[in-house]
Design a protein around this ligand. Structure first.
Ligand SMILES: Cc1cc2nc3c(=O)[nH]c(=O)nc-3n(C[C@H](O)[C@H](O)[C@H](O)COP(=O)(O)OP(=O)(O)OC[C@H]3O[C@@H](n4cnc5c(N)ncnc54)[C@H](O)[C@@H]3O)c2cc1C
Length: 472
């Protein structure tokens, strides 16, 4: 076993992104440690900080772990979990395969703060969405993260959809969402003159958030609380048996591999969570749910189309002289969602807004072939997918002009249920579910994972710590 000082230096140099904070601190500590060791010949503990940080030490197998908790994946969920644990005084190492946080699904979504209307009562999604929404608004308020509580219109485009609208209101109420307001056709016309419908529900607590600013603030707080981030650090395997977990981590640039140890491990690898789990010896494979990938593409409005949308709009009702309309400079003030299409895995082709007022439509649902490797996803948006968008959008926005949709970006949902199956729930497995102490795996964290991220973090931390480390 390499001497602890050189081991730590080697680790930081080899994994080029046991970076910034860790590298600086460990190199400095290693230099001091080398001096101390020469003088005392006793094992030296290198601390990579954390208020209750256990020291980095690899002097002997079974000795103190390199870190108390290793969190795999720095998407919004991994960041929220890492922050939660660091604020609770744990020494946390956040391992991220990419060179920055939030480069996969967390930056490929609608940035909507969902109210919690759609999910079956009693589901983890319903519970965490409603709780997470409140936490997210409070967080944004407290730390100045740009967001807006715009409200959303859920529109029934035909009399045949009125029952479904009522059913959705009942489902929302069962989930604890009690602020929905039924709107008549005329009321919708006043709020959004370009929208045509039979009736609608207004969800005032739906909003939008700047997801990048949110993640930046999570990461800032994580590091301020003593956490360390290692970018370009891909977990490629591990051994989970026993109190000391071992992870094999590959430098994404050089392919060099090192092994590090942790008392606890959280797998928040998003689209790759199943692959990471499968690489962990000691985790029963039967506990790993299937992975189904559903791509969602977005289209934006071509410049100048907004004026036509308004001119051609059927009007929601009798009033077409709303203050929210000003002819050529028409702008939407609410998110507009059709009713979810039964049997599909999405929420319908909806209209969302970014914080600058930009309009985008989508995401649609395109199941990727079974077995698609998440590392080989093609995120390009095919212009050919625009055709069904026109039909779906015109059901509530009849003024959408031909040729007005331009391909934008896409994201991919990591689903645990496939085409034709009932929608899957979030899966947050701790020791009670898979039998391995000190390990939490998160699967199927699709929408509303951004909204729910702070609540997911609480649940994951609870499940990890219930039976983490020596407590079990
Ligand atoms: C089209 C679409 C629209 C959505 N819209 C919304 C919305 O409006 N509102 C909402 O609340 N939610 C929405 N969501 C859901 C939300 O985006 C996700 O739930 C959330 O971003 C998931 O975050 P994550 O951290 O689990 O995953 P990710 O963001 O994918 O992060 C996982 C991270 O793990 C890293 N990683 C993977 N493998 C390894 C490894 N072996 N070693 C180290 N690191 C690894 C990856 O590089 C990545 O950075 C949407 C999702 C999609 C696809």
């Amino acid at each position: 076993m390499a001497h602890v000082a050189s081991y730590s230096v080697m680790r930081c140099q080899g994994l080029s992104m046991l970076v910034a904070a860790c590298t600086q601190r460990l190199l400095a500590a290693a230099a001091a440690a080398a001096t101390a060791t020469a003088a005392t010949s006793s094992p030296v503990a290198l601390s990579c900080r954390g208020p209750s940080s256990r020291p980095y030490s690899s002097t002997a197998p079974g000795a103190e772990p390199d870190t108390e908790v290793a969190v795999i994946g720095a998407g919004v969920v991994g960041l929220a979990i890492a922050r939660q644990l660091a604020l609770a005084g744990r020494a946390v190492l956040l391992l991220e395969a990419a060179g920055a946080f939030g480069t996969e699904t967390s930056s490929r979504n609608s940035e909507v703060i969902h109210a919690g209307l759609y999910y079956p009562a009693g589901s983890i999604k319903a519970w965490l969405c409603v709780a997470g929404k409140q936490q997210l608004y409070a967080f944004c308020q407290e730390y100045g993260v740009p967001h807006r509580r715009l409200g959303k219109l859920l529109v029934a485009s035909s009399p045949a959809q009125l029952d479904a609208l009522s059913a959705l209101a009942a489902r929302a109420a069962a989930n604890g969402v009690s602020d929905l307001r039924p709107l008549s056709k005329a009321e919708v016309g006043q709020l959004e003159p370009a929208v045509r419908c039979e009736a609608a529900l207004l969800s005032p607590s739906t909003g939008i958030v700047d997801s990048h600013s949110f993640m930046t603030e999570l990461h800032r707080q994580f590091e301020e609380a003593g956490g360390t981030t290692a970018f370009h650090s891909r977990v490629v395997g591990g051994a989970m048996a026993g109190p000391l977990k071992r992870l094999r981590v590959q430098d994404a640039n050089s392919s060099e591999e090192i092994e590090l140890s942790a008392s606890m491990v959280v797998n928040a690898a998003g689209l790759h969570a199943q692959a990471v789990a499968a690489s962990l010896d000691g985790l029963p494979v039967g506990t790993i749910p299937p992975l189904h990938l559903a791509k969602g593409s977005y289209f934006t409005l071509a410049a100048g189309s907004l004026a036509h949308i308004h001119d051609g709009g059927g009007g929601g009702g009798s009033n077409s002289s709303s203050s929210s309309s000003s002819g050529g400079s028409y702008r939407f003030r609410h998110l507009v969602y059709p009713l979810p299409e039964p049997g599909t895995a999405g929420l319908g082709t909806h209209l969302t807004l970014d914080l600058a007022g930009g309009v985008r439509f989508g995401p649609d649902v395109e199941w990727l072939p079974p077995g698609t490797d998440p590392r080989a996803i093609d995120y390009a948006v095919s212009p050919a997918r625009a055709e069904p968008f026109y039909a779906a959008i015109r059901a509530y926005l009849p003024g959408l002009p031909d040729g007005s949709l331009e391909p934008s970006y896409s994201g991919v949902r990591p689903k645990v249920a496939g085409p034709g199956q009932p929608a899957g729930d979030f899966v947050v497995q701790g020791p009670a579910e898979h039998g391995v102490h000190g390990l939490v795996n998160l699967y199927g964290i699709e929408s509303p994972g951004l909204t729910a991220s702070l609540a997911i973090a609480q649940l994951a931390a609870e499940r990890l710590l219930q039976c983490g480390g020596s407590a079990c």
